[in-house]
Design a protein around this ligand. Structure first.
Ligand code: KG4
Ligand code: ZN
Length: 354
């Protein structure tokens, strides 16, 4: 089965071609530079940029997958998928409606995908270099690592999910206010760093002392799995108001970055491991843009090793939003819904799974 998948939920325009668990192409066009000027993603601008970039990105994905065929022939695609939500409404609409239109024109099934559910798959996609044929693909044994507890951390979301078995999961907790990535970005803005501040804090923190300044670890000792980062952000705001001179000194800024980062990471790692132990799972996974953070990756590795839990981190290129994870999940859903033998008879033109 060959699927074309589109993702436009936030500020990445992405198209992927997936076939039998293999990612034949995954093209991502980031809008970060456009939004940096405004200090955050502007939904209207994001949607307009998706409108401009989606077809070239989709064409590039088809070309990279070896499916660039003459215009008078139908695309050799068996199904089309797109992110259905959550995300920025007007940005989502661009990819979702385009994918539906392609499915309609080709008389092929359409699959609408939950963005977070797709993130659960990115840690299970093997790197291109690991595969003999140079193609990224879903690990054949990924189901053996279920049940697992999965941390999804991005600019918009902080979630702990219990994956009980394939396509069966339960949200254990989420953020009550700011997401972890938002906390990186907003505290970085208070320090005068550019958007998105997460990767810059990651860099600066490397040269800083994480114990230099003390910031709160919100909800760390609460028994539930929810997160809250707005109090931490406010505490950084007051700290900077009272110690404004620190921002003139590079090594103090590095200490500040390291201290804020340590507070965020301690909450994420301890709550994730605690949930894993309580649920009795032997595997933890993590994905989402914040998982690119080197100190978070190292802290998760250390904590999982200490607890005897297997850790699967998404590759950095698949931590951030991409259509490959959308296509991989769409194919799993179609395979689960239609066993091979009945697929051709059962999937009717116009059939949709949303
Ligand atoms: O998943 P993503 O690309 O987009 C969504 O928000 O959906 O995540 C972007 C977020 C931003 O908040 C960004 O600052 C954060 O991920 N981020 C990082 C790092 N790289 C990206 N945060 C901390 N350290 C990083 N290295
Ligand atoms: Zn995402």
């Amino acid at each position: 089965m060959t699927l074309l998948a589109l993702e436009t939920s936030c500020d990445e325009t992405s198209a992927a071609v997936v076939r039998d668990g293999k990612i034949l192409a995954n093209i991502v066009s980031s809008q970060i530079k456009l939004h940096a000027e405004y200090g955050g993603v502007v939904p209207e601008l994001a949607a307009r940029e998706h409108l401009k970039n989606l077809l070239p990105v989709a064409r590039a994905a088809l070309h990279a997958a070896g499916l660039a065929i003459p215009a008078d022939q139908p695309l050799p695609i068996d199904a089309v998928a797109a992110t259905q939500g959550p995300g920025l409404g007007i940005a989502l609409l661009v990819g979702f409606k385009a994918a539906q239109a392609v499915a309609f024109a080709l008389n092929k099934p359409f699959v609408g995908i939950h963005h977070h559910e797709a993130h659960l798959y990115s840690p299970w996609i093997a790197s291109r270099s690991a595969a003999a044929d140079g193609t990224s693909s879903l690990y054949a044994d990924f189901a053996a690592f279920q049940p697992n507890v999965s941390l999804i951390v991005s600019g918009g979301h902080t979630l702990l999910v219990l994956v009980e078995s394939e396509l069966k999961h339960r949200v254990l907790g989420g953020t009550m206010d700011d997401a972890a990535g938002e906390c990186f970005d907003k505290t970085g803005k208070l320090m005068g760093l550019a958007y998105p501040a997460g990767p810059i804090i990651d860099q600066l923190a490397e040269a800083g002392n994480p114990n230099a300044f003390s910031f709160p670890r919100p909800l760390l000792h609460e028994a539930h799995d929810d997160f809250s980062f707005s109090g931490l952000k406010t505490s950084v705001r007051y700290f900077i108001r009272d110690h404004a001179a620190l921002l003139q000194d590079r090594s103090s800024v590095c200490d500040l970055c390291a201290s804020v980062q340590a507070a965020i990471i301690e909450v994420l790692v301890k709550k994730t491991l605690r949930a894993a132990q309580r649920e009795g799972v032997r595997c933890v996974t993590a994905s989402g843009g914040v998982t690119c953070n080197r100190a978070l990756r190292a802290a998760l590795e250390k904590a999982c090793r200490k607890s005897g839990v297997t850790l699967r981190l998404a590759e950095k290129s698949l931590c951030t939003d991409n259509a490959a994870m959308i296509g991989i999940l769409a194919e799993r859903k179609l395979l689960a819904r239609f066993p091979e033998s009945s697929r051709d008879e059962e999937i009717k033109p116009g059939w949709a799974l949303t």
